[in-house]
Design a binder for this molecule. Structure first.
Ligand code: NDP
Length: 326
C-alpha cells in the first residue's frame, strides 16, 4: 500500500517537495472491517486551505476516493462492491466502515463511477445547494458564476439553464470559454485576457446580476459586487484566487452596495444539507441520464501523479472535474 503525505506545510503555491510518498503495511481486516483499493481519487481546491487547519506535517493528504472492496468482514460492504470513502491519498485502506458511503444502488452501467466524485457527488451537490438553498434562484433571473469551467462552476451554469435562467460565466482560457458556450452559457469570457473585469461583467449583462455564485473571491468579487441588482443574492462557495496567498489581499469596501441594494451574501458548505443528499444525487443523476447535465472530466493516470494532478488543478489545467485514476 502507498500513501502520499504532507512532508511540509505549503507556503504560497504547493511544490513537489511538499509531498512524500510512503509505503504502508496493512493487516488483514478484523471483524467489522474492510480492505479497500482506490479506483478513482479526487483532487479538490479545499485540500489547499484545509491542509493548514486540519493536517500536521507527516499526515496522509486528506481526500475522497471511489474504492473497491477487496476483502470484507463487514456485511454492509460486500467484496467487489464500490464505496465512496474519506480515505485520503491512499492506494489501500483498512476501514471500520466509518466515513464510507455505498455507491447509489441503481448507479447506471453506462456512467463512470468517477462521477461520484464530481457531478453526481460533492461538487454537484455544492452546485445544486448553492443555487437552490442559498441563491434561491428563480426562472428568468441572471446568474454570474466564476471558475465556470470547473467541476462546481460548470454544473452551476448548467443547472441554472435547466431552471430557465440567463447565465454568464468566466474561466481562464479561450478553450474553456468555448466549452462554456457548448454547455449553453449565454455569455462567457476569459478573465485573464479581458482587460477590465468590471467592463466585461457589465457588457455580459448590462442590467446586472440577480445571483452571483462565488468560487474565486478577491479582485473578481470587488468587480462583481457593484453590478448586483437590488435584492441580489451571493452564494459564497469558494475563494480559490486567495488560497495560495501568503499575505491577505485587501480590496475596495463593498459595504455600501450590500446596504443600498439590500443584497444577501451567505457562505456555505455543502454538507449543511447532507440530509437531502440521496434525493439530490438522484436528481443530478436523472439530469445526466437525460443529457441535460454534461460532465467532463480531466483524468490524470496513476496514483504516483497525485501531487501533479492537484497542483495542475490549482493552476487551472482542468476543464471539468479533476480526477486521478489509480
Ligand atoms: P475546479 O474544478 O473549478 O478547479 C479549480 C479551478 O479554479 C481551476 O481550474 C482554475 O480555472 C480556477 N482558478 C485557479 N486559480 C484561480 C484564480 N487565481 N482566479 C480565478 N480562478 C482560478 O474546482 P471545484 O469546482 O472543485 O471548486 C471550485 C470552487 O468551489 C473552489 O473555490 C472550491 O474551494 C469551492 N468549493 C466549495 C465547496 C463548499 O462546500 N463550499 C465544495 C466544493 C468546492 P481557470 O482556468 O478558470 O482559472
Amino acid at each position: 500500500a502507498k500513501a502520499w503525505t504532507l512532508r511540509s506545510h505549503f507556503v504560497s503555491f504547493p511544490k513537489d517537495s511538499d509531498f512524500e510518498l510512503k509505503e504502508e503495511e496493512l493487516p488483514a481486516p478484523d471483524d467489522g472491517e474492510v480492505l479497500l483499493e482506490a479506483v478513482f481519487l479526487s483532487v479538490d481546491p479545499y485540500m489547499r486551505p484545509y491542509s493548514r487547519v486540519k493536517m500536521k506535517e507527516g499526515d496522509v493528504m486528506i481526500g475522497t476516493q471511489v474504492a473497491k472492496v477487496l476483502e470484507s468482514k463487514n456485511p454492509q460492504f460486500p467484496v467487489g462492491s464500490h464505496v465512496i470513502g474519506n480515505c485520503g491519498w491512499r492506494t489501500h485502506t483498512l476501514s471500520d466502515g466509518a466515513g464510507l458511503t455505498p455507491m447509489l444502488s441503481d448507479w447506471p452501467r453506462d456512467q463512470p463511477l468517477s462521477l461520484a466524485l464530481g457531478t453526481i457527488g460533492m461538487p454537484g451537490l455544492t452546485a445544486l445547494y448553492g443555487l437552490e438553498e442559498v441563491c434561491e434562484i428563480k426562472p428568468g433571473e441572471t446568474l454570474l458564476v466564476n471558475a465556470a469551467a470547473g467541476a462546481v462552476g460548470s454544473t452551476v451554469g448548467q443547472i441554472a439553464k435547466i431552471k430557465g435562467c440567463r447565465v454568464v460565466g468566466s474561466a481562464g482560457s479561450d478553450a474553456k470559454v468555448s466549452y462554456l458556450k457548448e454547455l449553453g452559457f449565454d455569455e462567457a469570457f476569459n478573465y485573464k485576457t479581458v482587460g477590465s473585469l468590471q467592463e466585461a461583467l457589465q457588457k455580459a449583462s448590462p442590467d446586472g446580476y440577480d445571483c452571483y455564485f462565488e468560487n474565486v473571491g478577491g479582485e473578481f468579487s470587488s468587480a462583481a459586487m457593484p453590478l448586483m441588482k437590488p435584492f441580489g443574492r451571493i452564494a459564497v462557495c469558494g475563494s480559490i484566487s486567495m488560497y495560495n496567498d501568503t499575505t491577505p489581499q485587501t480590496g475596495p469596501y463593498i459595504h455600501s452596495h450590500m446596504i443600498f441594494k439590500q443584497l444577501r451574501m451567505e457562505g456555505f458548505i455543502s454538507s449543511r444539507w447532507q440530509h437531502k443528499n440521496e434525493v439530490s444525487l438522484r436528481r443530478l443523476m436523472a439530469w445526466v441520464q437525460e443529457g441535460r447535465l454534461k460532465c467532463r472530466e480531466h483524468v490524470t493516470e496513476g496514483f504516483q501523479n497525485m501531487p501533479a494532478a492537484f497542483m495542475g488543478m490549482l493552476r487551472g489545467e482542468n476543464t471539468g472535474k479533476a480526477i486521478v485514476r489509480a
